[in-house]
Write a protein that binds this ligand. Structure first.
Ligand SMILES: [Zn+2]
Length: 48
């Protein structure tokens, strides 16, 4: 009955500190600059 399953969609993340972005599970720290999780934000994907 559900038309969307959040777990099935990959979430894009961006580091607000250095601009690094990736998709999937959120890492404990930014792999590029080492910023904390709180520096990450979700990036909406146009047309998806
Ligand atoms: Zn970063």
């Amino acid at each position: 009955m559900s038309d969307k399953e959040p777990e099935a969609e990959k979430i894009h993340w961006a580091c607000t500190n250095c601009g690094y972005h990736w998709e999937g599970e959120i890492p404990e720290k930014c792999p590029d600059c080492g910023a904390d999780k709180e520096a990450f934000e979700v990036v909406p994907i146009p047309g998806f």
